[in-house]
Design a protein around this ligand. Structure first.
Ligand code: GLU
Length: 377
């Protein structure tokens, strides 16, 4: 078996995203685990000095703020509580990181992002440019979801997926999720003594997903293994390696390099071009196109989706929206920007491209989803 760190060595990444969960940053009494954080910042600062560009995705705002405001359930009793807590806790986080990085002569920077900032292509490019400029200027961006303004329907909710999406946006070589356990286990290590750590996950199969069910949530953050696997999928589609390692130790990054304890999700060898990465990492789609086996085979060979291969449509989409393309077995095989809106696409199912004009009265595009606007999943 190949050791995980041979597939993904964080020390070799030019750009590295490191995500810290709430239970690592905040003690059960609601205070910052400053000593531990000092150790981690020292590790990150050493990497920064060695020429690596580091971006930190940090949770902890809600947990910290809840203590200051004396709100129940760690600030997670309601969305309003979480938003108020985050507003208070985020300032404290910013202050702590500023001080700790300053002790190494490094400037910390703050980036608060919403889901929409990364879903909308123009805003995504903007985030990417800003984050890129910051790391090139030597700063360490500290990134969190902008919890104070995001509402339930349009938020990441967990920083695992946010970290993967950021990794994808900045074209990081790797994303490390510091967790409260050593990685992904075959069962729940807290209740199953036979549960074993899985060092490498070459592919996210249904068996692997079944192993993630409900494991690892510390109760303080909102992560858990399910969101970590979703993050792995996003990271892989963006060409980033990902690792889940324990943060419950001193110098977690060095421990991973030396002792090789953790779970690595290696990125596929051929990463899609950046516009397609953005598409693949989108969390929300407007609708679904169901296609026949012939069309699925054509897509796999790099062809566009023509109306003839489309069996049915679902959802509500406008021209240019992102849709999932699903085969007859119900599997999502591709994702793309659709050229027609819902009703038009429905009327074109099974028809030839040269019939489009007769059916709709106009024919802007022969393909329902052009191959340049599509990513195979
Ligand atoms: N953004 C949340 C916070 O700062 C954490 C989300 C998570 O638990 O992953 O508290």
């Amino acid at each position: 078996m190949v050791a995980p760190v041979e597939l993904f060595s964080p020390a070799k990444c030019h750009r590295l995203v490191v995500k810290l969960g709430s239970s690592l940053i905040v003690a059960p009494d609601g205070t910052v685990r400053r000593q531990w954080l000092e150790g981690l910042v020292a590790e990150l600062a050493a990497r920064r000095s060695a020429g690596q560009q580091i971006l930190v995705v940090s949770s902890g705002a809600i947990a910290l703020g809840a203590r200051r405001l004396r709100l129940p359930k760690g600030g997670r009793a309601s969305l309003e509580d979480a938003q108020a807590s985050a507003a208070v806790g985020q300032i404290e986080l910013a202050q702590v990181y500023t001080e700790l990085f300053a002790a190494h002569g490094i400037q910390a920077a703050q980036l608060l992002l919403t889901l929409q900032d990364l879903e909308d292509r123009r805003r995504y490019l903007n985030v990417r440019a800003t984050a890129g400029r910051l790391v090139e200027a030597g700063a360490v961006p500290i990134i969190n979801e902008n919890d104070t303004v995001t509402t339930a329907e349009i938020r990441f909710g967990d920083n695992d997926r946010l970290a993967a999406r950021v990794g994808q946006a900045v074209e990081a070589g790797g994303v490390i999720l510091l967790s409260d356990i050593d990685g992904l286990f075959t069962g729940d290590p807290k209740s199953d003594p036979d549960a074993e750590l899985i060092p490498v996950v070459p592919q996210l199969t249904p068996e692997i997903e079944a192993m993630a069910g409900g494991v690892g949530a510390s109760g303080m953050g909102s992560g858990g293994m399910v969101s970590k696997l979703q993050a792995a999928r996003i990271a892989a589609s963006g060409g980033c390696h990902m690792a889940i390692i324990s943060g419950k130790v001193d110098k977690p990054l060095s421990r991973f390099e030396n002792e090789k304890i953790g779970t690595v999700f290696p990125a596929p060898e051929s990463a899609p071009v950046s516009r397609k990465r953005w598409l693949a990492g989108r969390l929300k789609v407007a609708g679904t196109l169901i296609i026949d086996d012939g069309a699925a085979a054509a897509l796999a060979q790099g062809r566009s989706l023509l109306p003839a291969g489309m069996k049915a449509v679902a959802g509500h989409f406008e021209r240019g929206d992102v849709v999932d393309i699903v085969n007859m077995q119900g599997k999502v095989v591709a994702r793309g920007l659709v050229s027609y809106q819902t009703e038009e696409a429905a009327r074109l199912c099974g028809r030839k491209s040269h019939e489009i004009e007769a059916i709709l009265g106009y024919s802007p595009r022969a393909a329902i989803v052009h191959r340049d606007d599509m990513v195979i999943l």
